[in-house]
Every structure is written in C-alpha cells, then in structure tokens.
Design a protein around this ligand. Structure first.
Ligand code: UDP
Length: 444
C-alpha cells in the first residue's frame, strides 16, 4: 500500500533563550499530530538540542554570524537580510516544504514563502498586547507625538486609546537606535499576508488584546499558551548551564519566604545597582536566591567585589547565588514567595503559571508592556522604577514577602494561575486554539 506523505512544516525560531523553547514545544506537538517538522537554526547562539527532539529534523543556515558583536536590533536586521536568500535556496533544493512557521523577529521566511507560493504563519513568543504596542509606538513616532526620549521615562501620561499604558510603557529598546528599531518593528509587524498569528499567550489573561490584534491584522489569532504548561511541553536545553543545587537549598526554607531574583538572558545591570541590590537583600532580612548571569553586570561582577556583609549572608545560608537557575522549578517550589524580574514574557508566564507575585524592574522592549500588564491589569506585581538604592530594594522585598499587600497579590496570582490552567485543558481557550491551528495547517 502506498504510504501517505506527511505534510512538512518548516519552523524558524529566533536564536534566543526567550524564543526557542516555546517554538520547540509547538514543534513537538505538531510532530505528535502527524506533521514532519524541519527546524531551521542559525549559527548565531547555536547549541545542539537535537538529542532532546529525535523526532524532528534540524538544519543550520550558514549565516556566518556566530561571533557577531552587533547590538540586538542591528543584528536582527542583518540576520534577516543574510538568511533570506539562503533559506530560499534550501527550500528550492529540497522541494518538500508545505508550510512555514517563523518567529516574528526572524521574518526572512515571509518573502521566501511569498516567492515560492507557500502558506505561512507568524509565531510570537510574546503577548498580543506587545504586538499592538509596537504598532502604537510606530504610529506615535511617525506622527511626531512621542515625548522626547530624555523626558519619556518620567512621563506618567497615558497613551490615548491604549489603556492602561503610559508613554513610558511603550516598547522602546536599550539595544539600538530608535530609527533602526522602527525599521525592525515595521518588518516584524507586517503580518496581514500570513494565514494566522500564533501567540504563546492565553486569551484568559489578555482577551481584549487578542481581539484587538484580530481586528488589526484581519487574520486568525491563535493564543495557544503558555506552552511550557501544556502536557506535551518538553524542556529545551538552555544556552546556559543550570545550577540545580539551589533546589536543595530551597527545600530547607519556609513556604513563601524566599525572594528569587533573575533578569533573564539579555538584560544588563550596572555595577552600582548590583551593589545596591546585594545590600538591599541583606537589609530585607528575607532569604533570597539570586541568579547572576555571567556578563550581566557592566563592571566587576565577582561576589568578592560585593560588601563583606553580603558575602556573610551567603556564607550563613540566608542567601544562595547561582549563575543560572532551573527557573521553572524554582518558581514552582513552595519556598518561593516572590520573583524580582525584568519581566521578559517567558518569566512573566512562568510566574503566572506558579502563582508567584512579582517585583518588576523592566529594562527594555516588551518588558515595559508586560510590567504594566502585571501591575495594572492582573495586579499581581509591584514595579520598582528609577534609580535603585538598597532602601528601595529592602522595602520592595518586604512589601511583597511579608506585607499584607504581597499577601493580596499572592491570592490574585493564584486565581490567575487557575484561570490559565483551565485555558490549556481540553475545552479551554488555548487548547481549542491549538486544535484550530492544527486543522488550519492540515487544510492549507
Ligand atoms: N531562565 C532560567 N534561569 C535563569 C534565568 C532565566 O532558566 O537563571 C529562563 C527563564 O525561565 C525564561 C528565560 O530564561 O524561560 C528568559 O526568557 P524571558 O522571556 O523571561 O527573558 P529574556 O531572556 O528573553 O529577556
């Protein structure tokens, strides 16, 4: 009997810690649903993850950018221009691709798909609110209505018709000029010719923004997340080595007592802020677990450079420092009572999925949007703005871990977690969106 050919879906993740795992979860699910999957990787930030996904086919584009020192925005613009002809050549040569799904930041497959007449979808590893906020930012910039950059961080004024966001919550970047960012966002936001937009998000937490995105782009929006919570999630090897010994230390702490601190894979802290953070943690008198990613401090990042009192706190066992934590397990540990974070979308979803309230200190891009969602829509976080000093850190930690306000936020965070859990179960909004997505790819 002749074997029925499986449809081949070519998937292109962005080469970053905050983007790859969620797309790999979707890839695993599509494979389980009977599609053949090809994952296209870049040489930049490459780590071999194929052993963890033996059912998927991996190829690497010879982009020649593995040692690139460009800033994030310029790098992405360059990566897209370099990879477009290479991908076209690859697909033409193999001639077996039926469908393309690409991360919103690696938009080079869009033109390739159009040239080769292949259906395509955009995958966004962030929220629908973020997608819209980029368009709001571009529109204001084009009309010359943005407050000047040096005043923006002070600007409390709300953006008209974009409740509850202020001008200062819009996703400007620390990693490139405004001009280049607008060019990037312009490319990222061209989605009207896709057959759909997939978000690693859930309608249960951002229904209004999902509806607004649907109206804006006029194509189906599939909010299928949080993917890491689904029963088919596979843990994707990290670009960094996890230090799992912190879990044993957490086992010895009281429930909801520990402040966990991490700022993701890209954000940077100034040396002065690093010292203030350390001393604020000492003064808070709460146990803490601090993930200090190598290279994340501009200046001296060794613990030896921190005040003696801090080092004693760690030696005495009240504090624990790692370079990279097994974050999802940390957040799911009963000892963790609060999460100090830059509000990257994955970290935001991970804190929601564990019902842990947050202290948000956004650095760049969508982190500002996510912070506002946390503090003003879901009300499960406080924001720490402006220059950081040890007193501010101490107060924030105490407010969240021991104060009544933190207790209220923890209750709301648990309700939010339950709502999201319902959305990924059979019959829930994310699960239904996932089924529709599979049907749509099958029938395309
Ligand atoms: N992460 C981790 N250990 C750490 C710090 C971060 O595993 O010590 C993971 C975290 O769980 C999340 C990802 O790194 O999945 C960071 O993604 P996010 O979108 O939050 O931030 P980004 O790195 O993109 O700024």
């Amino acid at each position: 009997m002749e074997e029925i050919r499986r449809k081949r879906v070519l998937m292109v993740p962005a080469p970053y810690e905050g983007h790859l795992p969620s797309m790999m979860n979707l890839a695993s699910y599509l494979s389980f649903k009977g599609f053949s999957i090809t994952i296209v990787r870049t040489q930049f930030n490459f780590k071999d993850i194929s052993a963890k996904f033996p059912h998927l086919h991996f190829v690497t584009i010879d982009d020649g950018l593995s040692g690139s020192s460009l800033g994030l925005v310029d790098f992405l613009l360059k990566l897209n221009s370099v990879c477009e002809p290479l991908l076209k050549e690859f697909i033409t040569l193999h001639n077996d691709v039926d469908f393309i799904i690409h991360d919103e930041f690696v938009y080079f497959p869009r033109q390739v798909a159009e040239d080769l007449n292949l259906p395509k979808m955009v995958f966004s590893a962030s929220s629908a609110a973020t997608s819209i906020s980029r368009c709001v930012l571009m529109d204001l910039q084009e009309k010359g209505l943005l407050p000047p950059q040096d005043e923006r961080s002070q600007h409390e004024e709300m953006v008209p018709e974009f409740h509850p966001f202020r001008y200062k919550d819009l996703p400007v970047t620390a990693y490139g000029s405004m001009e280049r960012l607008m060019l990037l966002y312009g490319n990222v936001s061209k989605r009207g010719t896709s057959c759909g937009i997939i978000h690693n998000s859930s309608e249960s937490i951002e229904k209004d923004f999902t509806s607004a995105a649907q109206v804006k782009w006029g194509v189906q929006i599939y909010s299928i997340g949080p993917l890491h919570m689904t029963d088919f999630a596979t843990s994707c090897p990290s670009l960094f080595d996890e230090e799992r010994n912190c879990l044993e230390w957490l086992d010895k702490q009281q429930p909801n007592s520990v402040m966990y601190i991490s700022i993701g894979s890209l954000a940077m802290t100034k040396e002065e802020e690093f010292v203030e953070m350390a001393m604020g943690l000492v003064q808070s008198e709460q146990p803490f677990l601090w993930a200090i990613r190598p290279g994340s401090i501009t200046g001296d990042e060794s613990l030896d450079s921190l005040p003696e009192q801090f080092r004693e706190t760690v030696t005495d066992g009240r504090g624990f420092v790692v370079k990279w934590a097994p974050q999802k397990e940390v957040l799911g540990h009963q000892a963790v009572g609060g999460f100090w974070n830059h509000c990257g979308w994955n970290s935001t979803l991970e804190s929601i999925s564990c019902g842990v309230p947050m202290i948000c200190r956004p650095y760049s891009g969508d982190q500002r949007v996510n912070t506002r969602l946390m503090t003003h829509v879901w009300q499960t976080a406080i924001e720490v703005e402006g220059e950081l000093d040890r007193g501010i850190v101490e107060m924030a930690v105490r407010r969240l871990i021991v104060g009544p306000e933190g207790e209220e936020m923890r209750k709301r965070a648990i309700i939010l977690k339950e709502e999201v859990e319902v959305s990924i179960r059979i019959g829930g909004s994310s699960r239904s969106a996932l089924n529709s997505l599979v049907d749509s790819i099958r029938s395309s």
